[in-house]
Each structure stands twice: as C-alpha cells, then as structure tokens.
Design a protein around this ligand. Sequence first.
Ligand code: MN
Length: 261
Amino acid sequence: MDRRNFFQGSAAAAAAGLAGCAATGNAAGNARTPFAVNSIAIPIVGSDEVFPVRRIYCIGRNYAAHAREMGSDPNREPPFFFQKPTDAIQNVAPGTVPDHPYPTLTRNYHYEAELVACIARGGRNIPVATALEHVYGYTLGLDMTRRDLQRAMGDEKKPWEIGKSFDHSAPIGPIHRVAQIGHFTKGAIWLKVNGATKQSADLSQMIWSVAEQIAKLSEANEIYPGDIIYSGTPENVGPVVRGDVIEMHIDGLPNLSVKIV
Ligand code: MN
C-alpha cells in the first residue's frame, strides 16, 4: 500500500477501534474466540426481530409506600439504580407458566412486579422533556430478590449484588413497541400468588416517571440501545416458596406467570 492509503487505513482502524470501545468496551469484534458466550435477547411482539439486551438497570424504591415498607423516607431520597446481569433474563411467553427455579442461599425469596422500559436510542444527560423518544417499547417483569441476603448485606454496608443480581432473577415478558402500545404513565399494576392478590397499585404512583428515570440514569451512565430499565415495584412485596404460581399484570400488556420450583 502507498503512503496515502496507509494513513487512510490507519485512520479508519482508529475510528473503528474507538467506535468498538464506545459501543461494547471490548475489542472482540469479528475476532475468533475460544468458546461462545450467549447473547441475550427478548422477543418483540408482532416482529420476527428480537431485542438485544445490553444492560439491565433497575431503579430502587420508586413507589412511596414501598420505600416506607423498606424502611426509608420516600420524600428525601433521590433515585438510585442497580444492575442485574443480562443473562438473569428468563423470557416468559404470554399464556405459559414456565418453571422458575428457587435460588440457592436464600430462605426469603421475594417477588417485585415492575414495568420495564426498553431503550432504542442512547444518550447522555437526556432532558426529561425528550426522554421518552429514547424508548423502543415496554414490557412487564419480575425483579426477583433474595430479600434476606439483600437486607443482610445492606445492614453490613456491603453490596446488594447477591440479593439482586443472580441467575434467573429477571423473568420478563415480550416487548411491545411504542408504536403499538404507546407510553405508560398510569394504569393498574398487580401481582397475585396462587390467585390471591399481593401487590395492587397504579403506575401513576411512581415517584420518578419513566422519562425522569431515563433523564436521571443518563446523568450517571451514557445509555445505549439495548438497555432496559426496571422501573420499580409498588408496596407489599413478599415471599414465595416452591409450588407457588406468580401472576403479574399491567394494564395494556398480557399477564406474566411463572411457577416456583
Ligand atoms: Mn425492584
């Protein structure tokens, strides 16, 4: 290659390197790998495409009554986020009741019913006014929690990780695109165990709306297409044991059910 082509090639390689770094934080690209790692995706309703998941963010204590039941003051607390690993996702098809494994190490395994917003357009410091333009669609999900370990770690000022970020801890329904279903600012959200209502609230009771969550999260981290945000659970979280069937509902979405085994 001549000198001019060499420099053009170098510039292109540098640009590709930067783009790769920004998008994924690694350099695998098309390089061969010694083993395969599953990529994680969620089905999209009415499409043969799937939604590739980059990160799972979860907001904590986003309903006042739930914040109080967790022992905090909902009026003074800014929103905070934690993450689950993407392979915590358990895809749950509507109309099915798949087995959900009771996890190891806990003796107090809790459900949390949540609206989930799925991001298709990234950004930093996103204004609340335009935040919903970043949403691809919505679904509903369970933020399953080893409550005893979450509490114990909190008491010891250690990370929540083991209480929140474990295998299968994110059962989730298929994604409905905004074009099909609109945005969710109000509507019933409930959860039943074996047919008995445990959680029952309205999305309008969220302390931080989905738009505000996106704005706040994008101040802490640049968000990217493929990020999903669990938007917090209402009050009356509680335990399940093996054999229990959880059913959760959000107005406008098909119900999600799992059986604890
Ligand atoms: Mn939660």
